[in-house]
Ligand binder design. Structure first.
Ligand code: DHB
Length: 493
């Protein structure tokens, strides 16, 4: 179905399968809701401090898109804002072919709304300059999408933001941008997604699952534009992902670490879960150069040598001599020799100290975790999504609800990279996590990065030494990386 009255630009089509099947007929008036209007914006000027401390005056057009889908469930979440730089420090900027940063602000798998924003969100976590603002000051187009999240409940008590709502919404936002190619400023073939934690998980999933038909029924249901939902690149900070294996991964990584209270987790439960990780790794069959197949026996050494020791080395090498000597004196478990840091996995775990989560960390027996809520459905707020946690309370013959396995696949980037390798995935990846982040296992990022590397993708992975959950220690480098991988010529315009 095409559009009338948009002759100069490609027509926006719509997915019609499910709709035709239910006999609903779309009206042109509804379709036009998905046409981006380049003339609808407010022009604003803000001061943006870049990562070198230089303040830039950036004039930009701020477009509010009331909804990126034709049949929103809740437009307060299914809307987006587009910020387009037109002048930086007094010099005109032409962003018509610039990369597009699609920055989701999801945290905790909670709902995320941009509906009331009156400008780009200029300050980031910790009060510094946001990733969005840095991108704008680099001349890129910035899209801030909202998305439904796990706690949304309607008047009938029905949960309407549980899995896979958030990823469906982000895909719909991508489709909206691509359907408006030529109308929306920026190069929509160079969309770079970003997100942190749950948002990092969704960004990784957006990168891994581009154009997967598994999401079609959900996209049709909300009237998403009929366009590609593949993104060019994916930036993922501390992604809380691979949820169905996260409890096992957590015990493999942090099983011997105490809780902050000083108490230990139940050793029998920890051991059960850790044993599951051996099986999972055996099934994954990840391979890494110099290590062969990664298993529960060599994964610690692999992560230590590939990510953790280089992380400590970078950290220590960047310190002034006296500060490095002081750090090494305070942390005798590190050997510093020929400009390289080495240490054992066991000493590293002791150094990290308290683990953040009890066991099981994600599919809690009492359904109290965000993830149990994420897999809620209908009027059921929270459900188990692992057999282990389900059976702990419901007995050995209990079965997961029949829809759970498919929902797990819809939420897991690894499914799109391992079980069925997606040829439409992003090929450029920026992956970051702090070495003291015990919100999930450090192997989650390692496995993701390793699998992508094995597939031949361009993967820039770094662990931030001694950093906790949500850290971003090289925000300027990400902005530079976007320019590099998208082939954008700096200063153009
Ligand atoms: C987030 C953190 C968690 O520990 C978790 O389980 C899910 C989400 C977050 O910060 O987004």
């Amino acid at each position: 179905m095409g559009l009338t009255g948009a002759a100069a630009v490609p027509a926006v089509g719509f997915a019609t399968g499910a709709r035709a099947a239910t006999g609903s007929v779309r009206k042109a008036a509804t379709d036009s809701a998905l046409v981006f209007d380049p003339s609808a914006y407010t022009e604003q000027t803000i001061a943006i401090t870049d990562t070198t401390g230089t303040v830039h005056s950036v004039t930009y057009r701020f477009h509010k898109v009331a909804s990126y889908v034709a049949d929103p469930v809740d437009a307060a979440y299914q809307s987006l804002n587009v910020s387009v730089p037109v002048a930086i420090d007094g010099a005109a900027v032409d962003a018509s072919d610039a990369p597009v940063l699609l920055a989701n602000a999801v945290g905790g798998y909670m709902p995320s709304s941009v509906a009331n924003a009156t400008g780009i969100s200029a300050s980031g976590m910790g009060g510094g300059t946001s990733r969005q603002a840095l991108a704008l000051a680099a001349g890129y187009v910035v899209v801030e999408p909202g998305a439904r999240g796990r706690t949304l409940v309607d008047a009938n008590g029905t949960y309407y933001g549980t899995a896979p709502a958030a990823i469906v919404d982000l895909k719909a936002a991508v489709r909206y941008l691509k359907a408006n190619k030529g109308r929306v400023p920026g190069n929509v073939d160079r969309i770079v997604s970003s997100g942190v934690s749950a948002g990092g998980a969704l960004s990784a999933l957006l990168g891994a699952s581009g154009d997967s038909p598994l999401y079609h029924p959900y996209l049709e249901e909300i009237g998403a534009a009929d366009a590609s939902d593949a993104v060019f690149a994916s930036g993922d900070w501390c992604p809380i992902t691979d949820l169905e294996h996260a409890d096992a991964a957590y015990e493999w990584n942090w099983g011997t670490n105490p809780l902050a209270s000083g108490a230990s987790v139940d050793p029998a439960i920890s051991a059960d879960l850790k044993a599951q990780y051996t099986e999972y790794l055996a099934a994954l069959k990840l391979r890494a150069r110099g290590y062969g197949t990664l298993t529960a026996r060599n994964l610690d050494t692999y992560i230590l040598e590939t990510f953790l020791q280089p992380s400590a080395t970078r950290y220590l090498a960047a310190l002034p001599d006296a500060a490095r000597a002081a750090y090494l004196a305070a942390h005798p478990f590190i050997t510093w020799s020929a400009g390289k840091a080495t240490f054992t996995w066991a000493d590293f775990l002791t150094h990290v100290g308290a683990r953040k989560k009890n066991a099981p960390s994600f599919d809690a027996f009492d359904l109290s975790t965000p993830e149990c809520n994420l897999f809620g459905t209908g009027t059921t707020r929270a459900r188990h999504f692992t057999l282990y946690s389900l059976r702990h309370g419901a007995g050995d013959s209990a079965r997961l609800d029949a829809d759970i396995p498919a929902r797990l696949h819809l939420m897991n980037p690894m499914h799109h990279l391992v079980d069925k390798v997606n040829p439409h995935r992003a090929r450029h990846w920026w992956i970051r996590v702090g070495t003291k982040d015990s919100d999930t296992s450090l192997s989650v990022v390692a496995n993701l990065a390793t699998r992508l590397t094995e597939l031949g993708d361009d993967v820039d992975t770094s662990y931030y030494w001694d950093a906790g959950h949500g850290a971003d220690q090289d925000p300027g480098a990400f902005i530079t990386w976007i320019g590099k991988v998208t082939g954008h010529r700096a200063g153009r315009g």
